[in-house]
Every structure is written in structure tokens, then in C-alpha cells.
Design a protein around this ligand. Structure first.
Ligand code: LLP
Length: 386
């Protein structure tokens, strides 16, 4: 927990909207994962928050990285990751991604049968299985449903392992990732049980990678118990790929009150919105909001951003003391899929990010400028146009 005066200092020093991260909370989340999952190998899903400083800290703590794009692989390389510290996932990998993985000696997660012929020679590989289950999360976040694009069917999996081996690859095991923001251990147990049924056809395996997907408040010990049971059924070593769980709580979005409006509803207007934190708009996600000002009189507010879209809301129906322009609001549990999904829509430069180490603040991403946003654009000269 970063104390209120320190949050106020950060907003003063770096401006708003601002993402702030608490290093102690990041470390605590990793400790909870390690305590629950014992000797499992941890691959951080860097899509959740790819800031190079955070990646460096996690790398120093002995965590590997799960990557899904050439850009993420480049980030992993940038902080010194190599070999099977890098895991490459994705349903439609590009030639560049195979080449980068080959150069690093990464492990690939095979998502479809045709990939056997696309992998670089002698690749380390896992096979992603889609257990065809419905899961208690938002539809957009469910990846293990029968109609989702991910993985091969349980019936196809033994054949793909076999084909990998026949093609000279090092087929090390199976992978499953059923979705994201899942709280209920029973969703995982159903998926792992379906996987364990495969043992009769696959025999023992070196690795069982059960992905990530744990909600911020998930029953981690319960999920870990299920995962360990599944791994021991295969005689396999357990790998995990948490994204959200590792970084969500560590991050807070600081935004200033611009003003208020009372129409049919009470709107509290802030300098951050969908461009900084898309999750409420995209998934109906609820992030806790805390007023960093004092006031006796409470009201019920919809917190809305500055964008020209009705869906641009950070929260609905929250109880807050009466605000004054300039007051600071903290949007919590924003460390995962917050900054990483921020956009420059409306030529709103992406926000700055700062890290609190318990003593002081360090700026770990400067605020973009409008020039940064249009830097890649090319305006043809008059001569070339004619
Ligand atoms: N492994 C694989 C193969 C994944 O696709 C993902 C997330 C993870 C691990 C990490 O999942 P986590 O532990 O973070 O739930 N933008 C959405 C989340 C999309 C997650 C996509 N894949 C959100 O804001 O909730």
C-alpha cells in the first residue's frame, strides 16, 4: 500500500493521468504464487504489463516470460531473457516470431496441427489443448470454450505430440489456458480433469503448463492444488503463466477530477478514461476507486473520462465525498491490462508510469507527447504527390 501523501507527491511530480506501481506489492504477489505453486516454473505473461523496469525486476526474481508477439519477444530479449526462459504462444504466429524464437532457443506452444511443419528445426514445444468448457468469466476472456480459436481438441493432442516427435522436435508436454479473470478453482479443476484423461494416450510428460487466468481475488491455493494433481497424473513438472495476478494489485491509476455535472445522473469527470483504462468499457470490469480527498458529504457518482464516447466510464454508482476540481482519484487493481491496453485514440498521449520502492518514486515511462503519437506518420511531399 502506498500512503496517500506519497500518491499526492507522485501526481504533483509527474502529472496525471499517471500509473503508479508498488514494488512491495509486486514482490508480495510473486511470493504468494511461489508459496501456492511450490516448485512450479513461473512464466510471467508480459501482455499484462510489459514495462521494461517491471520486467527487469521479475527477471531478477527468477521468473521466465510468456510472449505472444514479436514485440513482446523483443522486450524479453531487451531485458536479457534467452533460451527456455522464453515461452512463445499465439494462435497465428508470424515467420518473424518463429525466427526470433529459434534465435533465442525459446519454447513454442503449438496451437494447431499445421504448426508442426512451421516450427524451426529441433524446436522445444508444448501442445495447447482446448478442453471445451464454459468458464465463469466475461465471454471475451474465455479461451477454453469449444467455439474459441485456441488450441487443439483433446482428441487431436496425442497425434500432434507424436507428429512433433516424428518431425524431430522436442515435444515436452501439454499446455492449457482456459481464460482470464477466473476466481473459481472449480473451473480449473474441470479443465485439468479433462486433460488428465489424456494420460492414457500420451504417457508421462516432462511438462504440464496450466497457463494463467487467476483473478485478483482467486483462490490460489485451491487452483494450485488442482494443478499439482493434474501434473502428477502426467508425472510432469508444472509450469504456470500468470499475468494479472502478479501485477494487478501493484498498479493504481491516478487521475484528477476535472469537474462535475448533475443531469439525470451525477457525473464526476476525470482526466483519465477509456484511453488510459479500457477494461471498464470493454469488459464491464469493476475497479475500486478511492477518493484521495476528505469530505463529509457523500454522493453517488459515475466516473467518466474526457473522450467523446458514452461508454467512456471508469466506474458507475460509486460513493464518494463531494469533489472539487483538482482532487485526486485512485483507480485500483489497475496494474494488469491497464497501461498495456492504453491507446493514443483522440491523439491522447499515453500516460506516464512511476514505481514506488518504499522510499521514493522513479519515473519508469515518461508521458508521451502528441509528437510521439504521430511520429510514424508520413506526409508525402507535394512533388511526390503530383
Ligand atoms: N497464458 C496465455 C496463453 C494467455 O493467453 C494469457 C492471457 C495468460 C497466460 C495470462 O492470463 P492472466 O493470468 O493475466 O489472466 N485484456 C484482458 C485479459 C486478456 C488475457 C489474454 N491472455 C483483460 O484486461 O482482462
Amino acid at each position: 500500500m502506498i500512503a496517500r501523501p506519497d500518491l499526492l507527491t507522485a501526481a504533483e511530480r509527474f502529472g496525471t493521468p499517471l500509473y503508479v506501481y508498488d514494488a512491495a506489492e509486486l514482490d508480495a504477489a510473486l511470493s504468494r504464487v511461489r508459496a501456492a505453486f511450490g516448485g512450479a516454473r513461473v512464466y510471467y505473461a508480459i501482455k499484462a504489463n510489459p514495462n521494461l523496469t517491471l520486467l527487469g525486476r521479475l527477471r531478477a526474481a527468477g521468473v521466465g516470460f510468456e510472449c505472444v508477439s514479436a514485440g513482446e519477444i523483443a522486450r524479453a530479449e531487451q531485458v536479457g531473457m534467452t533460451g527456455d526462459e522464453v515461452l512463445i504462444n499465439g494462435p497465428a504466429k508470424s515467420a518473424g516470431e518463429y525466427a526470433a524464437g529459434a534465435r533465442l532457443g525459446a519454447t513454442f506452444v503449438v496451437d494447431r496441427e499445421e504448426e508442426v511443419g512451421l516450427l524451426p528445426p529441433g524446436s522445444r514445444a508444448l501442445v495447447r489443448v482446448n478442453p471445451a468448457l464454459s468458464v465463469s468469466t466475461h465471454d471475451h476472456l474465455a479461451t477454453g470454450a469449444a467455439d474459441s480459436k485456441f488450441g487443439v481438441t483433446p482428441a487431436q493432442a496425442p497425434g500432434v505430440l507424436e507428429a512433433l516427435r516424428a518431425a524431430g522436435h522436442d515435444a515436452r508436454g501439454l499446455h492449457v489456458h482456459i481464460g482470464s479473470a477466473i476466481r473459481d478453482a472449480s473451473d480449473f479443476s474441470a479443465a485439468f480433469a479433462r486433460l488428465a484423461e489424456l494420460h492414457a494416450q500420451t504417457g508421462d510428460l516432462e511438462v504440464l503448463d496450466v497457463g494463467g487466468g487467476w483473478g485478483v481475488d482467486a483462490d490460489l491455493p485451491g487452483i494450485a492444488r488442482e494443478a499439482r494433481t493434474a501434473a502428477s497424473a502426467f508425472g510432469a513438472r508444472l509450469w504456470v503463466e500468470p499475468g494479472r495476478y502478479l501485477v494487478a494489485r501493484a498498479g493504481t491509476l491516478l487521475t484528477r477530477v476535472v469537474g462535475t455535472k448533475r443531469t439525470g445522473r451525477n457525473f464526476l469527470l476525470t482526466d483519465a478514461g477509456m484511453t488510459e483504462l479500457l477494461r471498464p468499457m470493454l469488459y464491464g470490469a469493476e475497479h475500486p476507486v478511492t477518493a484521495l480527498w476528505n469530505g463529509d458529504e457523500e454522493g453517488t457518482w459515475d466516473v467518466a473520462g474526457p473522450a467523446c464516447e458514452s461508454g467512456d466510464l471508469l466506474a458507475r454508482n460509486v460513493r464518494l465525498p463531494s469533489p472539487t476540481p483538482g482532487d485526486l482519484l485512485a483507480v485500483g487493481q489497475a496494474g494488469a491490462y491497464g497501461a498495456s491496453m492504453s491507446s493514443a485514440y483522440l491523439t491522447r498521449p499515453r500516460p506516464a508510469e512511476a514505481l514506488w520502492d518504499g522510499q521514493d518514486w522513479t519515473l519508469i515511462r515518461r508521458r508521451e507527447t502528441p509528437q510521439d503519437v504521430w511520429a510514424a506518420e508520413i506526409v508525402p511531399t507535394a512533388a511526390r504527390q503530383s
